[in-house]
Design a protein around this ligand. Structure first.
Ligand code: HEC
Ligand code: HEC
Ligand code: HEC
Length: 338
């Protein structure tokens, strides 16, 4: 009896091993990138890869043909929203995240297809590259800080002569985290004064390098480590910061630097009203930007005080708030002002 049972178990086990062997052989066939594309992507990007409407083309798209595939992998893993310019045309739709829908191997296969179809000609994407891009999400905020940030800001957030401290930094601990998230998402260059010491170097852009969830985790960490004691940052807040010129960042720049004179609702005080102001609400922002950058009479010059991205953000904010209704200002618009 006993012997028969062991024998029966042996047969079952052999069957399992064979079944596993069989599925391993099938699994060894690489996923079919073209089939994955037709099922999941062609509805927006079209089978021809030419896109249309809010959907950018993937055929002949220089981003898709870049040798370095890191940004593409991030786009497919995490999705992206917001204006994107491809071959001179601006698109602004919502690319879904495929993180939970497709495996590393499937994402590698579909991207390899996209990078070689329709006369595109870029190197293949490997499963390992996708796995590595996916991995950081598993790291905690503290681990991300150690790996990505501590070389510059130092392990205890104390900074150096070149890199500002994050410990005891009022921007990091502000109740409204938007400005800080904006710096992490979009980077920042130019002078910055922290606790009356001025730094002037470059903070890298982390959009495309870290997922929104990872940025939220590391942002939460720096707001709560080393005696800092501010509220956590959510993935939604990070996603809301979006493109470099963010109205949310603009609102926060305005509250900090402009509201003292122009008042919180732009109704004017020491400075003129910006709400309903024809010089603000105008198609071409050049004259308004010149005033902001160079100053005029009692209006201070903000050149060198605020980063170009912050000036673009605050200009976009004042042009779209309190009933104003003029178009956004880009970082390039700001850089063009002499
Ligand atoms: C629901 C529509 C939709 C689907 C489905 C979709 N995409 Fe997208 N995709 C977009 C939009 C919209 C953008 C541009 C997003 C933006 O404006 O930021 C985009 C952007 C991209 C980009 C970046 C292009 C660039 O210039 O950087 C890549 C690569 C891409 N998609 C690949 C894919 C792949 C691969 C799939 C299938 C797994 C897919 N997309 C499925 C809508 C879609
Ligand atoms: C290569 C060096 C470098 C790395 C790496 C780096 N930073 Fe920075 N960071 C800077 C510099 C330089 C500034 C100041 C920028 C300026 O002068 O405009 C800065 C500014 C900041 C600020 C704004 C502080 C303020 O007072 O407004 C925050 C927040 C920040 N970094 C967080 C991070 C986080 C989080 C990471 C990791 C994901 C990180 N940094 C990685 C160099 C770095
Ligand atoms: C110290 C007070 C003060 C601060 C702070 C200040 N402004 Fe002004 N602003 C003024 C004054 C005063 C004027 C009018 C200048 C003049 O009479 O020529 C002005 C004018 C302007 C104008 C031109 C309006 C027009 O009708 O031409 C804009 C735009 C503007 N400010 C935006 C900003 C922004 C954006 C900020 C923050 C980054 C800011 N200001 C911060 C005082 C200030």
């Amino acid at each position: 009896m006993h012997v028969r049972l062991v024998f029966a178990a042996g047969i079952v086990l052999t069957g399992l091993i064979l079944a596993n062997f069989h599925s391993a052989v099938i699994g060894a066939q690489p996923p079919d990138g073209k089939a994955i594309f037709l099922v999941n992507c062609a509805v927006c990007h079209q089978a021809t890869g030419r896109g249309g409407g809010p959907y950018p083309p993937l055929a002949g798209n220089p981003d898709v043909n870049q040798v370095d595939s890191a940004n593409l992998i991030q786009t497919v893993l995490n999705g992206r929203t917001g204006p994107i310019t491809v071959n001179g045309t601006q698109y602004g739709g919502n690319m879904p995240s495929w993180r939970g829908q497709l495996s590393d191997g499937q994402i590698a296969a579909v991207l390899t297809y996209v990078r070689t179809a329709w006369q595109n000609g870029a190197p293949a994407v490997s499963e390992d590259q996708v796995a590595a891009a996916r991995a950081p999400e598993a790291l905690s905020g503290a681990e991300l800080f150690a790996v990505k940030c501590s070389t510059c800001h130092q392990p205890a957030g104390q900074g150096t002569d070149v890199y500002p401290p994050l410990a005891g930094n009022p921007v990091v601990t502000a109740a409204d985290a938007s400005a800080m998230i904006g710096v992490i998402v979009n980077g920042r260059t130019g002078p910055i004064t922290v606790n009356s010491k001025t730094f002037n170097s470059q903070m890298p852009t982390w959009k495309g390098q870290l997922t929104d969830a990872s940025i939220a985790a590391v942002a939460t960490y720096i707001r709560s480590a080393w005696g800092n004691n501010a509220s956590p940052v959510t993935e939604e807040q990070v996603a809301g910061i979006g493109s470099p010129v963010s109205v949310q960042v603009g609102a926060s720049v305005f509250a900090k630097n402009c509201a003292a004179c122009h008042q919180a609702a732009g109704e004017g005080g020491i400075g003129p009203a910006l709400a309903g102001n024809p010089h603000v609400n105008i198609g071409n922002p050049t004259a308004m930007l010149t005033t902001i950058l160079q100053g005029r009479n009692a209006m201070p010059s903000w050149r060198g005080q605020l980063a170009a991205s912050d000036i673009a953000a605050v200009a976009t904010f004042i042009r779209s708030s309190w009933g104003n209704n003029a178009g956004p200002v880009t970082v390039q618009d700001v850089m063009a002002i002499k």
